[in-house]
Design a protein around this ligand. Structure first.
Ligand code: FAD
Ligand code: NAD
Length: 481
């Protein structure tokens, strides 16, 4: 390993979507960059890409797609007149496809590093001072590296609950639930959050009986409540058994099964299952990242404190992505990566954190940006709303996806759009138009007067915008002023 003489303009710890994007933008701006990354894949190879590419966004979406196709063939093909024989699922083949996609993308980042002249330092990095990082490589050798600026992008890790210790086989976190080699007969999911719903959906579609235990008494509380209610209705109809106010108190594993105990309004309950997915949130990965001699401020949960320029309490040391406050989303981390690079290069950069879209990749998909109706009410803003059901658009019927709706919330006085909420097929793609309109402080009328191709699902957004002024064309019972 190199000795302690290596000097860079920028050193980055972590090559997830926050760190690797920051590094590429730094290189584009003419800065010399090295990235310290410790990740080793299941085959023992060092890889780039972090949680998102290796065990997060990408592999989960690959499995969501495979499982959705299987489900469609079994349950929706006949509606199109397609007759199938016996359909079976080759789970190892599905996992191989997922792994290939992951390898293609992580290899792609490696290629981008080479093309941009970015140095990849393999090993565990630790901040020693405002300009120095120590790295222990995979052969346990130690070296030190100097950077004029340092970016911490160490990401996050799953939160575990002591009463259900992860064994990696039958009791797993999200990474384990991407690797089941057969379909669990009965899968308990602890936590009805994004991971619980996405990975619960994967195994439910493949035939598992999925029971989701959620501690809170409300479902998807940060989504618009009308969307949450519709989502609950849709997921229940798909067979997801979502139990709210369920406080897990213990687990007992025998050779045959795992019995969870939990308390709910009905009293003490027992739930025998054959696998358990614990998905109760993630915490910043900042433990053992910073030498004790440095006073770098973190909050009580471990998130690194930063100012509006992503600078930590130590001058010249920046932090971005899941290890700082804000939604734990890949695109949020990547935008911060671009912005911090520009700040380091002496440019001014900022991100409007109110315009970060959220997407849950279930079927129907759920996506939103900006204020929910309950937030608009709470903040006292004078608002109006428009709604449009998918079932009233020709394309939704043609593609057999009538479930869901679009909701546009706009300021009553100015017509400025302050929130858009979509539950329905391809919501993940449709939300981009709403984000763009809001980024330009656009109005509901701006969407309403924009020509949307016919027949497309985007017409539901167009009609919802028209409906904010009671002008929707295809609404069955238009309101009259
Ligand atoms: P990470 O991706 O966690 O990367 C941090 C990197 O830092 C890691 O590679 C780690 O090995 C490295 N590192 C940490 N400490 C050190 C150290 N001391 N030395 C060297 N290297 C270090 N988000 C979305 O936006 N869309 C999705 O669809 C989505 N799906 C998800 C599905 C799942 C199952 C999971 C678990 C997450 C999902 N997320 C999704 C969240 C997304 O993965 C994270 O928000 C994103 O990866 C955060 O990026 P990051 O770069 O901040 O951190
Ligand atoms: P989450 O915060 O979305 O959901 C965790 C859920 O677990 C919450 O509903 C919480 O009330 C519940 N919970 C907490 N403790 C519990 C307990 N002891 N018993 C029962 N329920 C409990 O977290 P997650 O689903 O683990 O996902 C972590 C993060 O990863 C998300 O916040 C998100 O930022 C990111 N992610 C994003 C996507 C996406 O963008 N599509 C997909 C997956 C993950």
């Amino acid at each position: 390993m190199s000795s302690d003489s290596e000097q860079y303009d920028v050193l980055v710890i972590g090559a997830g979507p926050a760190g690797y994007v920051a590094a590429i933008r730094c290189a584009q701006l003419g800065l010399s960059v090295a990235v310290v990354e410790k990740w080793i894949d299941r085959q023992g190879n060092p890889v780039l890409g972090g949680t998102c590419l290796n065990v997060g966004c990408i592999p989960s979406k690959a499995l969501l797609d495979s499982s959705e196709r299987y489900h469609e063939i079994n349950h929706a093909a006949s509606a199109h007149g397609i007759k199938t024989g016996r359909v079976s699922m080759d789970v190892p083949a599905m996992l191989t496809r997922k792994d290939k996609i992951v390898q293609q993308l992580t290899g792609g980042i490696e290629g981008l590093f080479k093309a941009n002249g970015i140095q990849w330092i393999q090993g565990y990095g630790r901040l020693l001072s405002d300009k120095k990082i120590a790295v222990i490589n995979h052969a346990s050798e130690r070296a030190e590296y100097h950077g004029h600026s340092i970016i911490l992008a160490s990401g996050s890790v799953p939160i575990d609950i002591p009463v259900i210790p992860i064994d990696g086989q039958r009791i797993v976190d999200s990474s384990g639930a991407l690797e089941f080699e057969d379909v669990p007969k009965r899968l308990a999911v602890i936590g009805a959050g994004v991971i619980g719903l996405e990975l619960g959906s994967v195994w439910n579609r493949l035939g598992s009986e999925v029971i989701i235990l959620e501690a809170l008494d409300s479902f998807l509380p940060t989504a618009d409540q009308q969307v949450s209610r519709e989502a609950m209705k849709q997921f229940k109809s798909q067979g997801l058994d979502i139990r709210l106010s369920a406080k897990v108190t213990g687990s007992k594993a025998t050779k045959k099964e795992i019995t969870l105990t939990y308390e709910s309004a009905q009293g003490k309950q027992k739930l025998p299952v054959d696998r358990v997915l614990v998905a109760v949130g993630r915490r910043p990965n900042t433990h053992d990242l910073i030498d004790e001699s440095i006073e770098l401020k973190r909050d009580e949960r471990g998130f690194i404190d930063i100012d509006c320029n992503f600078m930590t309490s130590v001058t010249g040391v920046y932090a971005i992505g899941d290890c700082v406050q804000g939604p734990m989303l890949a695109h949020k981390g990547s935008e911060e990566g671009i912005a911090v690079a520009e700040v380091i290069a002496g440019q001014s950069a900022s991100i409007d954190h109110n315009l970060i879209p959220w997407v849950i990749y279930t079927e129907p998909e759920i996506a939103w940006v900006g204020m929910s109706e309950q937030q608009a009410k709470k903040s006292g803003v004078n608002y109006k709303k428009g709604m449009f059901p998918y079932a009233a658009t020709g394309r939704a019927l043609a593609v057999n996806a009538p479930a869901g709706f679009v909701k546009v919330i706009a300021e009553a006085d100015t017509d400025r759009v302050i929130g858009v909420h979509i539950i329905g097929r391809s919501a993940s793609e449709l939300i981009a138009e709403a984000v763009t309109v809001m980024a330009f402080a656009g109005s509901a009328e701006d969407i309403a007067r924009t020509v949307h191709a016919h027949p497309t699902l985007s017409e539901a957004l167009h009609e919802a915008a028209l409906d904010a002024d009671n002008l929707a064309i295809h609404k069955a019972a238009p309101k009259r002023r």
